[in-house]
Design a protein around this ligand. Structure first.
Ligand SMILES: NC(=O)c1ccc[n+]([C@@H]2O[C@H](COP(=O)([O-])OP(=O)(O)OC[C@H]3O[C@@H](n4cnc5c(N)ncnc54)[C@H](O)[C@@H]3O)[C@@H](O)[C@H]2O)c1
Length: 374
């Protein structure tokens, strides 16, 4: 059985379904057949997948060949270090050689890196092609495939080049998570936990009580977890697509996370979800330091993050080291800087996030001294 969430912008600017279920990709892609029929289709996929007979990608391609005018398969490498201008240029050249037309359609099949760069190239080619997201990592299923943020990294910072470009639909198959390496799976839970912490205490309780079943991808627990995450994100994005207000709370933990990732030049010693987990704990510790939230709440958050086998401090990652000064500088490359001031998403308690943009620089410098061993 599948479940569908409609993400509807309040002024009607976009309205598309996010379908969540098990082994549903082929069945659900048929619902968007009219988007595909007799058109040129470009499938951008993670090179982890292959076209072996009876694999999901094989079946998808087979179906496309039957109904589309023509199909072009392009594989790219995942990982943040490849979400860059070089891969973008490669994609542009490959797709343009395919003589696309305005009604051609892109399908992204992979994790957040494939979805972000595939969505971005769709948004700029011929001033915008339609695209469909088929996310294959937990992180992509609960976060990056929903909400239309696309883009690439630069050496100056994360996701600094990009667009808002909403997909035609998102098809989520929780069965596909079975092959995901454990480390990638756990990383995805950082974003799941984030949703509970920003606005849903009941969801936090659910994640706390059922953590072993969820971690082991037991149904219906994992489907419900993905569903709830997509529902919370959809509610927020439908009110504020371009992050002029409420959408900013989705960045809980991300200001710190992006600074670490960018400082490391996106090396895989620290993957995005792990950086977010640490960033979330830092945001709670900073909230407590500023007397905005109780220390007991911080402990609960650290406990939940640990249950999901994620790090709670940057010092736990033994293979890397940071200079506090450089991290502080990197905080200012973030897109959330406004009028030269840093914006942090902090929490008053579990389930209650707030936007704070009046923290003075010395407080942050002192806070980094407590957080980063040099
Ligand atoms: N657009 C947004 O709103 C948004 C939100 C959050 C994160 N992001 C971005 O998402 C990216 C991270 O995404 P990610 O964590 O999915 O990383 P990723 O795309 O690099 O995938 C992680 C790893 O999982 C492998 N993989 C993918 N699917 C698999 C499967 N089913 N089985 C086995 N292996 C599989 C990949 O080959 C890769 O090695 C970052 O660039 C981040 O900035 C974007």
């Amino acid at each position: 059985m599948s479940k569908t969430i409609f993400i509807r912008e309040i002024n009607g600017k976009f309205d598309y379904p996010i379908v969540i279920g098990e082994k549903i990709i082929l069945q659900k892609i048929k619902f968007v057949e009219k988007e595909i029929k007799n058109k040129k289709v470009i499938i951008i996929y993670d090179d982890y997948f292959n076209l072996k007979k009876n694999s999901v990608l094989y079946d998808l391609n087979h179906y496309m060949l039957k109904i589309a005018n023509d199909v072009k398969l392009i594989s790219i490498k995942s990982r943040d270090k490849n979400k860059n201008l070089k891969t973008l240029r490669f994609l542009i050249n490959k797709i343009l050689k395919f003589n696309i037309e305005r009604n051609s359609i892109v399908i992204t099949f992979g994790g957040g890196v494939i979805g972000d760069i595939g969505g971005f190239v769709s948004s700029i080619l011929l001033r915008g092609l339609s695209y469909i997201q088929i996310p294959t990592t937990l992180l992509a299923q609960v976060d990056s495939s929903v909400g239309g943020k696309t883009g690439i990294n630069t050496s100056r910072g994360k996701n600094l080049v990009g667009t808002f470009h909403q997909p035609k639909c998102v098809i989520i198959d929780t069965k596909i998570l079975k092959t995901l390496p454990k480390r990638e799976l756990y990383a995805g839970f950082a974003e799941v936990i984030k949703y509970s912490l920003i606005m849903d205490k009941n969801f936090y309780n659910y994640l706390n009580i059922n953590y072993d079943k969820i971690l082991n991808l037991k149904e219906p627990y994992i489907k419900h977890t993905v569903y709830k995450s997509c529902q919370i994100k959809s509610q927020i994005v439908s009110k504020d697509e371009k992050e002029n207000g409420i959408r900013a709370i989705l960045n809980l933990g991300h200001t710190f996370a992006h600074a670490f990732e960018s400082e490391l030049s996106y090396k895989s010693d620290l993957i995005h979800g792990e950086a977010v987990a640490i960033g979330i704990c830092m945001a709670f510790r900073l909230s407590s330091k500023l007397n905005l939230c109780k220390n007991s709440e911080v402990k609960k958050v650290e406990n939940l993050i640990s249950k999901y086998k994620l790090p709670t401090t940057i010092n736990e990652i033994k293979t890397i080291s940071f200079k506090r000064k450089s991290v502080f500088k990197k905080l200012f490359s973030d897109k959330k800087v406004k009028d030269g001031k840093l914006t942090f998403i902090l929490c008053q308690s579990i389930g209650k996030a707030m936007i704070k943009n009046d923290i003075d620089e010395n407080t942050i410098i002192n806070f980094l001294k407590e957080e980063i061993n040099e």
